[in-house]
Every structure is written in structure tokens, then in C-alpha cells.
Design a protein around this ligand. Structure first.
Ligand SMILES: [Zn+2]
Ligand SMILES: [Zn+2]
Length: 333
């Protein structure tokens, strides 16, 4: 099969992904073999490729927003049939036995495996995944549109849940990439007002189009105090600015898997019961709830489609804020 392989992490400007032939995977016990149609490009892929996340497998095929068709079912698969359209996301598998898994916090599992990081992902024509971690996809989304829902969408949804928003709440977004462009649609559906802070003019325009009440630069103060804010951009210097924008008791949610260091700041910014919370991965329940909600709203994603062989180019564009919405790789082109 054709795949984009990462042998050694390196700066994306040096095009570290190799477009190459690679052996097709075989489904093991409880696993599905899926023919990949499209795979979304996520900022986490960039963190894996550039080595900001320590390597777990070498070489590895990145990609964890897979939309594909089940081609073959391994032994003991009973839930999803051959021919079904499915999504594969970041959480490849958990141990199911640690204290976190037993408490229903499988996103915090002590021994997790991640798609496109600890196991091969979706920048390839074929992928295998445990049936129990694969999502049947609702109708109504073309493949390209569905891919960004699988990480950007699900993680954004978990961030929104952590923000504990009521109808009429004021919510800030810091960074307006793939996750925020989906999350704003959910927030608006819930009757929440969105204030978007982002440095790139294209991202600012998209935020306006999608109904943000206010749009400004990353460190500009929003015109009203916020009940909650979500930081999607991986820049720690946003944290003090976002805290400053919160009302007393407001919540600051950090949505990224990696962030540059947070500068020190006066305790006053946090005092008055403001809270900071990171979001790590997601549970399958988050995924199921979000996909159903996305179909109901319905969420519309803005995507820019690249061929699989253009993965390096797509990731360079992502790094340079040159994608409005989400980048998606299409196989067979
Ligand atoms: Zn566990
Ligand atoms: Zn992701």
C-alpha cells in the first residue's frame, strides 16, 4: 500500500514524511481492517512529526482522523459489519483495567495506545483498529467533511463540556483552527456567545463568517468579561491573557496536547476562583455523543483537500496558519 512514513522526527519545513510503499496490515483478534478514504490532518500530527511529543514507535505512519470502509473483520468482531463506513480517532486502545478506565476516565488510562503515534495511523491506504474503539459514522457527512470531526470535533466538544456553559454564556476561543471552527457551531447551537482571539486574518474571517460576536488578535482583550475560555493554540503566553479576560469564577480550558511554557503571572489573575484545566484525549462516550450532536446540528466543516502524497505540504500549511478550517488527505490521488 501507499503510506506516508515518519522514520525520524524533524522540522516539517524539511519534509520529514516519506511517501512510500509499505506492507498492508492484517486485522488481529477483535480488529477491523479499514480501507482509508480520507484522513484529517491535526496539529497533534505536527507535534508527533516534529518530535515535540517523544517518539513511541519508529517508523510510524501518522494520522488519527480516519474515515474509511470496513473491508475485513478479525475474529470476535460482532458490532460492525464489512462495508460499513467508520471513523477511527486518536484513542486506539486502552487497557480497560487501570483505575482510570474502571472509573470511566479511559481518556486518562495508564497504558493507552494512540493512533498515528504508538501504532500506525491513517496517512495510508489501509489501517487496522480494535472494533470496540471504532465509530460507526452518521449519514449526512461526505467523507472529507466527516474527518475533522474525529479529533478536532471530539476534543473541541470535550473542551466545551469542561467549560460548563449555560445558555447565554460568553465563551472565548484562543486560536481559531480546525477544532474552534467546529466548536463554535456547537456553542452557537447551545445559545452561547463566542469571542474569538486569533492572530491570522484568514482565521479571523472564518470566525466572523461562523458567527463570532467579536474577533480580535491573540492577546487583545475581548470587550466583555468571559464566563469561560478555551485555548486551542499551542502558545503558553496566551494563558495569562486569557485569565485576564475571565470573570470571577470563570474557567480556562487548555485544549492542546502540547503547549510552550506558560510564563509566570500574578496570583491576582487566578484568584477569585478562576480555574485552569487541561483536556487530555477523550473517552469513547465523548466521541459517540459528539458525532450524534454534530449530525443533529448539523455541523458543517470547512476543509482543504490534499492528496496523500502531499502530506508534508498540508502540514507546512497548517503550521503557517494557511488552512481555513481543516486539512484533509484523500487516498488514491
Ligand atoms: Zn486504563
Ligand atoms: Zn488530533
Amino acid at each position: 500500500m501507499k503510506a506516508c512514513l515518519l522514520r525520524t522526527p524533524g522540522r516539517i519545513e524539511e519534509n520529514p514524511l516519506e511517501f512510500t510503499d509499505y506492507p498492508e496490515p492484517e486485522p488481529g483478534h477483535g480488529e477491523l481492517l479499514v480501507r482509508v478514504q480520507v484522513c484529517g490532518v491535526c496539529r497533534t500530527d505536527l507535534h508527533v512529526i516534529e518530535g515535540e511529543l517523544p517518539p513511541k514507535k519508529s517508523a510510524v505512519i501518522p494520522g488519527h482522523q480516519v474515515v474509511g470502509i470496513v473491508e475485513k473483520t478479525g475474529e470476535d468482531c460482532h458490532r460492525i459489519a464489512k462495508g460499513a463506513r467508520v471513523g477511527i480517532a486518536w484513542l486506539h486502545k486502552t487497557d480497560g483495567t487501570c483505575g482510570y478506565c474502571r472509573r470511566g476516565e479511559e481518556n486518562l488510562c495508564d497504558a493507552p495506545l494512540f493512533t498515528g503515534y504508538s501504532v500506525d495511523g491513517g496517512y495510508a491506504e489501509w489501517i487496522v483498529a480494535p472494533e470496540s474503539f471504532v465509530y460507526p459514522l452518521p449519514q449526512g457527512f461526505p467523507d472529507e467533511q466527516a474527518a475533522p470531526l474525529l479529533c478536532a470535533g471530539i476534543i473541541g466538544y470535550r473542551c466545551l463540556r469542561m467549560a460548563q456553559l449555560e445558555r447565554g454564556a460568553k465563551l472565548g476561543f484562543y486560536g481559531f483552527g480546525a477544532a474552534a471552527h467546529v466548536a463554535i457551531q456547537v456553542a452557537k447551537y447551545w445559545g452561547v456567545e463566542v469571542f474569538a482571539s486569533t492572530r491570522d486574518a484568514r482565521h479571523q474571517r472564518l470566525a466572523m463568517e461562523l458567527g463570532a460576536k467579536w474577533v480580535g488578535g491573540t492577546l487583545d482583550a475581548p470587550p466583555e468579561k468571559l464566563d469561560a475560555a478555551i485555548v486551542f493554540a499551542p502558545a503558553g503566553d496566551i494563558v495569562p491573557a486569557a485569565l485576564k479576560a475571565l470573570r470571577k469564577g470563570g474557567r480556562l480550558i487548555l485544549g492542546g496536547i502540547h503547549m510552550s511554557d506558560i510564563p509566570s503571572f500574578p496570583y491576582d489573575l487566578l484568584y477569585q476562583e478562576r480555574m485552569i484545566r487541561s483536556v487530555a484525549n477523550n473517552t469513547r462516550r465523548d466521541g459517540e455523543e459528539f458525532l450524534a450532536l454534530a449530525a443533529q446540528i448539523p455541523v458543517r466543516t470547512h476543509v482543504q483537500v490534499f492528496a496523500l502524497r502531499e502530506a508534508n505540504r498540508a502540514l507546512n500549511a497548517l503550521k503557517n496558519d494557511a488552512i481555513a478550517g481543516a486539512a484533509v488527505l484523500r487516498m488514491g490521488s
